[in-house]
Write a protein that binds this ligand. Structure first.
Ligand code: DGJ
Length: 728
């Protein structure tokens, strides 16, 4: 039986709990870009839930969103069913963490950038987790990272420390992952996610990529399409080991957790210090993967790579031309030829240094950054001068983080390398890694670059290489208790060196290289103008490698070099025009000995380079559209369109001979349907009959070109065409 008192108490309970629910459900946090909304709600238990991510929602509709039940940043101890973003063992040994919402704030950083910080606190321990978001409005990109700190009595140990979790609630999920190996980077494969956990990760320590790239496309409901469908693109800005988990749960929700690889990397966090995760970058489009790529490209040009508004220079690199076998005469000859062909910079690669142990192959000398006077009696300054006499710039190769055991540096500082005591040295490419968790080593690595640049004024470009991965992961600098910190402290040490170099040498261009494309990620790219995506310069293989890469990284920064045939890695022979046409679709360069070219090939190259200058602005600053994929079509094609839609360039390649001719139309994209465009073929091969000729100089409307397209036949394996469109 209800007594009056009981009814009163019950009414009181209802009113307070309703008031509480109401108050809590009032908290809706929206991270918005021009076309996307990422919505968080705080539920009645003060739990932060990610409630929506997709096309922009109207303000008045936000109240209709249900909070959902999935934690925005799940923790071990209270979210048991699925993967945890955060796992902490507290100072008193407690293994659980329960985060509740505390507060949030937003601030405008510029007209284009808004930052949101959501503060979560453990319900019992003095542990704070800040989820940070930078929303890039025009570019529709969100950058998310997490900061963890505490004031417990002693250090806590972090076992999982993700940058972010995103959740989705759809019928089907298709994941495109990017994978590869040395010389076959950035291949793509789409898989349907099924119940359970799919992990993509890397444990290489000093580089992000190698066998897997920290990038993915996630298509909701249907397989990924280029110009339609809901697609999310994500990539982690971190130059070390990383991990991304895709977990379809018991209710068909998908949880995507991204961050540093927690594998063997537990981190002891002292009170009042902040553990900051790297940024996870992501974008959503309901117009397919093409729009996802364009979002990343325009974001990268403004925020993600160094000076993304500057035209990238063409260069000739002597690596495939000479390898270690050169002298001053040989290089002076290459410099003259490079200038004569029209290149803007000569890049001197590996092998120019080492006194006691000359770097004549990859077995010795790495770490001893003094000029090898036998090869270069007049030093680097002479080559800088020779370049400037020939009106081109000079660049230099460095691998400042590494050392050969056969070097003066190793003899002096054997305790600077990463290795486990009482184990044999584990060499990869005959070299070891300098331990950048050690501030003294950071100082040394910085001074290598600083000294090379100050001793040789006029060096305009650095190729920064990194040719091995961490094994034997012991540090003489870290204490026995913090050995597992090495994986994280190394990368942060590396960034502090890169930052210092950038602060002092603002005008020096830098290429990011790591045994080919081992470091293609947005952790390092803010310090670098461009990157070397692969040691494989075979034009056919490059079509695939570059195709995959440009889902996340803009062509302006993608160095692509014409080299000799048969190709040094694949042995394949392809026409010079094909090699140029592939390299011209990104940032053109060359990697061969000009002396070995026929006069005819040299003449062709001279013209091709001049042709590249005519389209360089469109390729480097235009919007990229994929027309025909090499994965599904024998003829592959892509194009670039300037922002004002007045110019465009189309690249098309035939991958296999087609006996009766490949007539596949190129249905163009991104043009102004009202504008009239005149078609001109670029980089023509004077020797071969062009099936494009009937269209040469003809004018068509953008609408026609985007509906009917350009139609011409290609017959032979490695036939290629570059077509420039100019609006009248
Ligand atoms: C690996 C790079 O990818 C190559 O381009 C070249 O620079 C070599 N290292 C030099 O050792």
């Amino acid at each position: 039986m209800f007594t009056f008192k009981r009814i009163l108490l019950f009414a009181l309970f209802l009113s307070t709990s309703f008031a509480f629910i109401h108050a809590a459900e009032d908290i809706t946090i929206v991270v918005s870009t021009a076309d996307n909304s990422l919505v968080f709600k705080v539920d009645k238990d003060k739990k932060l839930r990610q409630s929506y991510y997709g096309n922009t929602l109207k303000n008045e509709d936000l109240k209709e969103i249900q909070s959902g039940t999935i934690d925005a940043y799940p923790t071990f101890g209270t979210s048991y069913l699925n993967e945890a973003a955060l796992r902490v063992v507290h100072a008193d040994g407690n293994t659980s963490t329960e985060l509740v919402y505390d507060s949030y704030s937003t601030r405008k950083i510029s007209d284009d950038v808004e930052q949101t910080e959501i503060v979560l606190k453990d319900a019992y321990f003095p542990l704070v987790v800040k989820l940070n978001f930078k929303a890039f409005l025009k570019e529709n990109v969100i950058e998310q990272w997490t900061e963890i700190s505490h004031t417990e009595k002693k250090a806590v140990t972090l076992y999982n420390f993700a940058s972010s979790q995103l959740t989705f609630n759809q019928q089907n999920y298709y994941l495109t992952q990017f994978y590869g190996n040395w010389a076959e980077e950035m291949k793509m494969e789409e898989v349907k996610l099924t119940r359970g956990l799919k992990v993509i990760d890397s444990k290489l320590g000093v580089r992000a990529t190698g066998y897997a790239h920290p990038c993915f496309l996630l298509s909701l409901n249907d397989k990924v399409q280029e110009d339609a469908g809901n697609v999310i693109g994500g990539t982690l800005a971190w130059s070390g080991s990383w991990n991304m988990t895709f977990e379809v749960d018991q209710l068909e929700n998908l949880h995507v957790i991204s961050g540093i690889n927690p594998y063997a990397s537990q981190y002891s966090l002292k009170p009042k210090t902040v553990f900051k995760t790297p940024s996870f970058l992501y974008t959503f489009s309901s117009k397919g993967s093409g729009a996802v790529s364009r979002n990343f490209h325009s974001w990268a040009k403004q925020y993600g790579i160094y000076r993304g508004d500057r035209t990238r220079t063409t260069l000739l690199n002597n690596w495939e031309a000479t390898y270690f076998n050169f002298n001053e005469n040989v290089l002076t000859g290459i410099i003259k030829d490079a200038a004569d062909m029209g290149f803007e910079l000569f890049l001197l690669d590996d092998g120019w240094f080492g006194e006691k142990y000359p770097r004549d192959d990859d077995k010795a000398g790495l770490g001893d950054w003094m000029v090898n006077r036998k090869k270069l009696p007049n030093g680097l300054g002479y080559l800088v001068n020779e370049s400037s006499k020939n009106k081109i710039k000079f660049g230099i190769w460095l691998e400042p983080e590494m050392v050969n055991p056969k070097s003066e540096l190793y003899e002096k500082h054997p305790d600077w390398v990463i290795t486990q005591p009482n184990r044999p040295l584990d060499l990869v490419r005959n070299q070891l890694i300098l331990d950048l968790s050690n501030p003294k080593v950071q100082e040394h690595v910085y001074s290598v670059i600083d000294k090379t640049l100050t001793d040789n004024p006029g060096i305009a470009y650095i190729k920064w290489d990194c040719n091995r991965i961490i094994t034997n992961s012991g540090s003489f600098y870290e204490s026995p208790e913090t050995q597992s910190h090495l994986w994280i402290d190394y990368v942060n040490g590396l960034y502090s060196v890169m930052k210092r170099v950038r602060e002092k040498y603002k005008d020096v261009s830098m290429m990011l290289c790591s045994g080919g494309g081992g470091r293609i990620e947005y952790g390092s790219l803010p310090y670098f103008d461009e990157f070397w995506i692969s040691d494989n310069t075979d034009a056919l293989d490059r079509i695939y490698i570059q195709w995959g890469t440009t889902y996340f990284f803009p062509a302006m920064a993608l160095a692509s070099h014409v080299s000799v045939t048969p190709n040094h890695i694949t042995g394949r022979t392809t026409p010079l025009k094909f090699r140029f046409d592939v390299a011209m679709s990104a940032k053109l360069g060359m990697d061969l000995q000009p002396k070995d070219m026929s006069a005819e090939d040299k003449e062709f190259s001279k013209k091709a380079i001049q042709e590249y200058y005519k389209i360089r602005g469109v390729v480097q600053f235009g919007d990229m559209y994929r027309l025909l994929s090499p994965y599904t079509s024998t003829r592959t094609a892509l194009m670039y369109v300037t922002e004002n839609k007045k110019e465009a360039v189309v690249f098309s390649y035939l991958l296999k001979k087609t006996i009766s001719g490949n007539t596949q139309p190129l249905i163009l994209k991104g043009l102004d349907s009202e504008k009239m465009y005149t078609l001109t073929e670029i980089d023509k091969d004077p020797k071969s009959y062009s099936w494009f000729s009937p269209l040469e100089g003809k004018t068509f409307s953008g609408e026609f070109l985007m509906k009917y397209g350009i139609r011409f036949t290609l017959y032979n394996e490695y036939d290629s065409k570059i077509i420039k469109l100019t609006a009248n």
